[in-house]
Design a protein around this ligand. Structure first.
Ligand code: ADP
Ligand code: ZN
Length: 741
C-alpha cells in the first residue's frame, strides 16, 4: 500500500516517504536504475540489494546518484536489501565511477569486477563442515596416491573444508566423502570457517637492512604512518632487496592495524614470494586471483571487507576488493604489461591503483628494476618520489652481460645455440653451476611450411601462423586456441615428408639441448606445460635444491625467481621483441631481458648473461651490455617527447571489429571521416590491425593522440556519438593502449 496511512484518530497523515533508491547493476548500462524499497526499509549508498532486471534477480549496489523523483512510484520495481553483506565503502564507489569514466566503460561493468564472484553464490552459513584425520588410516593398496595427498595435507594438523581440500589435494569431492565414510577422515560439523591468521611483524623481525634499504624502508613506513596519499617509485637492480624493503612498509601497516594490498603481475607464479612472506610474518597472506574456488573467494572477499584479512596479495582484480581500512598499496614489477587488462573493461591496474591510493588517501609504492617511462616521467615532473637501492644485496655482483653476434658465430644449420653459448654452458655445468636458456616462444616451431609447394599453416580464424606442438602432435593458434592434428601430407600439394618447422620454440630448443648436453638434468618451464601454480612452485623448488642443471624456459622464468646456484643465462633470440616495432617495443624488450638476466648470479658466484643477436649494435642490446638503463630510458624519452607520444601526450585506440568485413570497414571509415580536428589532437588510421582477423572477427584500428594538457575522454565521447554502431560491429576503446595488435 502506498499513498495514505491512517493514524489512531482515523485521520490521514502525510505518507512516510517511500524509499526510492538508485541501484547500480553489474551490467553494461549507461547509468543506475531506480527501484523502491519495501515499506519500512531504507538503504544508504553502498548497500547491496537484490533487484529484478528483465525477469532475473541480480545483486546491485545502492549508488550515490539521486533517483528521479518525478517517476511514478507505483511503476518502480522493488529491490530488497540483502542482509549480512558489507556495504561498499564510498572510496570503492568513487573508484568504480572513476575507472568507468576514465576507460569509457559502463559503471556497471566496473562494478561487476567488484561484486560478481563473491555474491552470486548462495550466502554461506557462518559455520562449515571441516575434515580432519580419522581414527584409522588406509593401508597397503587402500593408500592410493589421491588419498595419500589428502592425508598429507591434513597431517599438518589443521582441519579443512571440503572445497579447500579438493583444491589443495587436487582430488574429487567423492574421494574425501568416501574417506570420511570409512572413518579415515573425521567430519567436524558446524565448525567456524577458518579465519585469516594475523601476520606478525615481529615473527622473523626485519632483516638487518643495508643503509639505502633502511632509508627507503623508513621513508615508506613513515608514509604509511602519515596516512596521506603519496606515490613512491622504489627502484634498484634485481636482487637489491626491493622486496625486503617494501615488506617493512607492510610490517608498519600491520603494526598500525591497517590493511595492505600488494599487486603482483602474475600471482600464479608467485610461490616463492608467498613462502617468503610466510617466513617473514609467520602466516601466508590472503591471496586473490581468478583461479580461487568460489568458497575461498567468498571467504576472502568477506575477510577483506571486515578487515580480518590484513594483507592481500593479488592479481590486478584485487584492486576492486572492498577493503575496510586500506593503509598501503604496493605494485611490484610496475612496468609489467600484465597489469593491463585487455578485455572487458580495458584498464591498467597500476594506474588505477594510483587512483585508488589517492581516493583512499594512502601511500602507494611502484616497484621495479626497470621502471616504465610513464613512472619515470612522473618522477621527473616531481609528482612521484624516487627511492633507489644502489647495489645487489650482500655483495652479489650484477651479472656480466655480453652479446653473441650471430652474423660472426652462427649456430650450425638447423640449430639455434651458437658455439660461444655452447662453450659457456659447458663451462658452467663443469663448475657444477646451473644454466638457463631463455626463448620466449612456446611449442616446437612458430611456423610450419611445405618445402615442396610453400604452403604455410595459418589459423582459419586469425591472422597468425599455427604453432607446432610436437609432443601433442598438433598445430595450434596461440591467439584463439584453434588446434588441428599435424597432417602426414601437405594439405595443399599432397606431398609427404615435406613439412618443415621454421624457427625455434622451447620444445625444439630442448631437443637441441638433449643432443648437446645429454647428461645434464633438464627442466622446461613454459606456461602451457608447467602444470599450473603448483607445478611452477615444484619446478622452482627443484632448481633451488640443485636437482636440475639446465633450465629451458619462456618468459615465466623471468618472473622474480631467486635461484642461488644459477650463474649463466643465455638468451636465444634477443631480437625477438624488437621486430614488432610498436611504441614500446624497445622499452619492453629491455625490461624483459633485464629481468631474465637478473636471474643470474644472485648469490656468491658471479653471473653471466649471453645475448644471441643479429643486431648487437641495437641500443637495447647495448644498454643491456653496459647496464646503463637510465641512459637508454632517457633516449627513449627524447624520442617520444617531440611527437607527444606517451608519456608526453595521450593516446587512445579504437578497435572496430565484426564478422562482416564490409560493415567493419564501413564503420572504420565513417569514424575516420568524422575524426576530431583541433590543435593538439590527431587521428591516425583507420588501418587494418596487425591482427587483422582475430577469432573470426575483422579488426580495424584508429589511434587518437592528444597533447598531455587535453583530456582525451570528452573527445572520444563526442566522436563516438557521431556514428551509429550497428549490432554486428563492436568498438572497443583502449585508453592508454599498451598493445597495438
Ligand atoms: P629485489 O626485490 O630487489 O629483486 P630481494 O628483496 O628479492 O630483491 O632480495 C634479493 C635477495 O637478497 C633475497 O634472497 C633477499 O632475501 C636477500 N636480501 C636482500 N636484502 C637483505 C638483507 N638486508 N638482509 C638479508 N637478506 C637480504
Ligand atoms: Zn586463431
Amino acid at each position: 500500500m502506498d499513498g495514505t496511512e491512517l493514524d489512531l484518530w482515523g485521520e490521514a497523515t502525510a505518507p512516510a516517504p517511500a524509499r526510492r533508491v538508485s541501484v547500480l547493476l553489474p551490467l553494461p548500462l549507461g547509468r543506475p536504475l531506480d527501484y523502491r524499497l519495501p515499506q519500512g526499509e531504507s538503504a544508504e549508498p553502498g548497500t547491496i540489494v537484490l533487484a529484478p532486471v528483465h525477469g532475473r534477480m541480480l545483486h546491485g549496489v545502492v549508488w550515490d546518484s539521486d533517483p528521479d523523483p518525478a517517476f511514478p512510484l507505483s511503476r518502480l520495481k522493488t529491490a530488497s536489501v540483502v542482509p549480512g553483506l558489507p556495504r561498499l565503502a564510498p572510496a570503492l564507489r568513487r573508484l568504480i565511477d572513476w575507472v568507468a569514466s576514465y576507460t569509457l566503460s559502463a559503471p556497471g561493468e566496473v562494478l561487476a569486477m567488484a561484486i560478481r564472484a563473491p555474491l552470486l553464490a548462495p550466502l554461506p552459513d557462518r559455520t562449515v563442515t571441516l575434515f580432519g584425520l580419522g581414527q584409522t588410516q588406509p593401508e597397503g593398496s587402500q593408500l592410493t596416491a589421491a588419498r595419500r595427498r589428502v592425508l598429507d595435507i591434513l597431517g599438518d594438523g589443521e582441519a579443512q573444508s571440503l572445497p579447500d581440500l579438493v583444491q589443495e589435494a587436487g582430488v574429487g569431492a567423492g574421494v574425501i566423502r568416501s574417506m570420511a565414510e570409512r572413518g579415515w577422515l573425521q567430519a567436524i560439523e558446524g565448525a567456524k570457517a577458518p579465519a585469516f591468521a594475523q601476520p606478525d611483524p615481529a615473527h622473523l623481525g626485519a632483516a638487518s637492512l643495508s643503509g639505502d634499504q633502511r632509508a627507503a624502508a623508513d621513508a615508506l613506513a613513515a608514509s604509511v604512518a602519515d596516512r596521506t596519499f603519496s606515490v613512491t617509485l622504489l627502484d634498484g637492480v634485481t636482487g637489491s632487496g626491493k622486496t625486503e624493503t617494501y615488506l617493512e612498509a607492510v610490517a608498519e601497516a600491520i603494526r598500525l592495524g591497517r590493511q595492505s594490498l600488494i599487486l603482483l603481475p602474475e600471482i600464479a607464479l608467485s610461490a616463492q614470494w608467498l613462502e617468503r612472506f610466510a617466513r617473514r610474518f609467520g602466516v601466508p597472506p590472503a591471496v586473490w586471483h581468478s583461479d580461487l574456488t568460489p568458497a575461498t573467494r567468498r571467504r576472502t572477499w568477506r575477510a577483506v571487507a571486515d578487515g580480518t584479512a590484513s594483507v592481500v596479495v593479488g592479481a590486478r582484480s584485487a584492486l576492486f576488493l572492498p577493503f575496510a581500512d586500506l593503509g598501503l598499496i604496493i605494485v611490484d614489477e610496475e612496468h609489467e604489461s600484465a597489469f593491463k587488462q585487455e578485455e572487458g573493461v580495458i584498464y591498467h591496474a597500476r594506474d588505477m591503483a594510483v587512483v585508488r591510493a589517492r581516493i583512499e588517501s594512502v601511500p602507494i609504492a611502484l616497484v621495479s628494476a626497470t621502471p616504465s617511462l610513464e613512472t619515470l616521467a612522473n618522477v621527473e615532473a616531481g609528482r612521484y618520489r624516487q627511492l633507489s637501492l644502489a647495489s645487489r644485496h650482500g655483495g652479489a655482483s650484477l651479472p656480466e652481460v655480453a652479446a653473441i653476434d650471430l652474423r660472426a658465430t652462427p649456430p650450425e644449420r638447423g640449430r639455434f645455440i651458437a658455439p660461444p653459448m655452447i662453450q659457456a654452458i659447458t663451462d658452467t655445468l663443469e663448475r657444477g653451476e646451473q644454466a638457463m636458456l631463455f626463448l620466449n616462444r612456446r611449442g616446437y616451431a612458430p611456423l610450419t611450411l611445405c618445402r615442396h609447394c610453400g604452403h604455410r599453416f595459418a589459423c582459419p580464424h586469425c591472422t597468425a601462423w599455427l604453432v607446432e606442438h610436437r609432443q601433442r602432435r598438433i598445430l595450434q593458434c596461440h591467439h584463439c586456441g584453434h588446434a588441428e592434428t599435424m597432417p602426414d601430407a601437405c594439405p595443399a600439394c599432397d606431398a609427404t615428408d615435406t613439412l618443415t618447422p621454421v624457427g625455434p620454440g622451447v620444445e625444439r630448443l630442448t631437443e637441441e639441448v638433449e643432443l648437446l648436453f645429454p647428461d645434464a638434468r633438464r627442466l622446461v618451464m613454459a606456461s602451457d606445460t608447467i602444470g599450473g601454480p603448483e607445478g611452477a612452485a615444484r619446478a622452482a623448488q627443484q632448481i633451488t635444491d640443485r636437482k636440475v642443471d639446465l633450465i629451458i624456459g619462456t618468459q615465466i622464468v623471468a618472473k622474480g625467481w631467486h635461484f642461488p646456484h644459477l650463474t649463466l643465462v643465455g638468451v636465444i633470440d634477443a631480437d625477438l621483441g624488437l621486430a614488432g616495432g610498436d611504441l614500446r617495443a624497445g622499452e619492453r624488450t629491455l625490461q624483459l631481458l633485464h629481468q631474465v638476466a637478473g636471474r643470474a648470479g644472485r648469490a656468491e658466484a658471479p653471473g653471466h648473461v649471453m645475448l644471441q643477436s643479429y643486431a648487437p649494435e641495437h641500443p637495447v642490446i647495448q644498454a643491456l651490455i653496459s647496464g646503463d638503463i637510465a641512459a637508454f630510458m632517457e633516449a627513449e624519452a627524447e624520442g617520444r617527447r617531440p611527437g607527444h607520444w606517451p608519456p608526453f601526450g595521450r593516446l587512445a585506440a579504437l578497435i572496430i571489429s565484426g564478422e562482416d568485413m564490409v560493415e567493419t570497414d564501413r564503420l572504420a571509415s565513417e569514424l575516420g571521416r568524422r575524426a576530431p580536428h583541433a590543435p593538439g589532437v590527431e587521428v591516425l588510421g583507420p588501418a587494418p590491425a596487425p591482427l587483422a582477423m582475430l577469432r573470426g572477427r575483422h579488426r580495424r584500428r584508429l589511434l587518437l593522440r592528444t597533447r598531455k594538457d587535453i583530456a582525451i575522454q570528452p573527445i572520444l565521447k563526442n566522436w563516438l556519438a557521431e556514428v551509429v554502431i550497428s549490432r554486428n560491429v563492436r568498438v572497443d576503446i583502449d585508453v592508454d593502449p599498451v598493445s597495438f595488435l
